[in-house]
Design a protein around this ligand. Sequence first.
Ligand SMILES: [Zn+2]
Length: 326
Amino acid sequence: MEWHTVAGVLSRLGVDTSGCRPSPKKQVMISCPLAPWFHKGDEDTRPSLSVRYGLTPVRWKCFACGEHGKLYELVESFATLAEDADLRTFAGQLMESDVLTLRQEFEERDEAMATWTFDREPVPMLSPEALDPFPSVWHVPQALNYLRDRRVTRAAINAFGLRWDDYKERILFPVTRADGGVVGAVGRIVWPDHELPYFNYFGFESGQWLGGLANLTDRRRLLVVEGFFDLLRVWPWAQELGADVVCSWTSRLSPTHKEFLTGADKTVWIWYDGDTAGNTGWTEAHDLEPRTYGLRRCQLPEGVDPGSLKRSQFENLYKKMEERHE
Ligand SMILES: [Zn+2]
């Protein structure tokens, strides 16, 4: 949404937006209009509320009172909280307004989740020919044998478009944007006990992007696992149980990873390995503003990683989490 549209909505609710200008990051700070209800003082002089109007739907968050949500929900707050009856009525009408398409925006939420829009520039795509030197694993018996041993399903091979690097003898996992554009690749060697089993292609760095974004749906839960083999393993089962899966390559979430996960509008379940690194990763994940979407950890038994789970074990752990948290 353009800033002038958002400012129009806010000013009709009596919010002063006169000092605010559109920014390249499509984010502006305003005084929190919910201050009379949620702040200690009646006024927010800082200003503390960030509006990210480049997102679909538009989102806001107040760093003073912690209230947050979509633009529609801010208007809704006025419709219920305002002391002035006229203002309440007006906010109610505004919510129904076709002109501002707020209702529509709210209903398009699920669609927005699937496209996963952020207020950041997408990482540059590689040229469409970048993966041409690497054939599909379907043509390479050596690769297929390895994938069969790791119990990766045909569906997962196809969904993530696995390829083969004959020179380095690695299985390639293309790293994609949500729109399918390739931004890099991570390769896993097929020999056991290799010192450096993983190799990043095309200058890709693991902190730049999550793995598996092109296969996101509007499922309400999102599992975050460490490696792409964990992802390949649990993805088919998770889909059936109502969850998408992404991998963060290691048990450390980078600021970019965190930004993505915060914008995901899903319940995020961290499924890191049950080891020291997994525990550290989980501790660090905590500053991910749990209120935004709900953040949970699946505590795996010591020494267990999602890639080594049997289907029944995965389902048991998943259902336990569901019972505990939903
Ligand atoms: Zn506030």
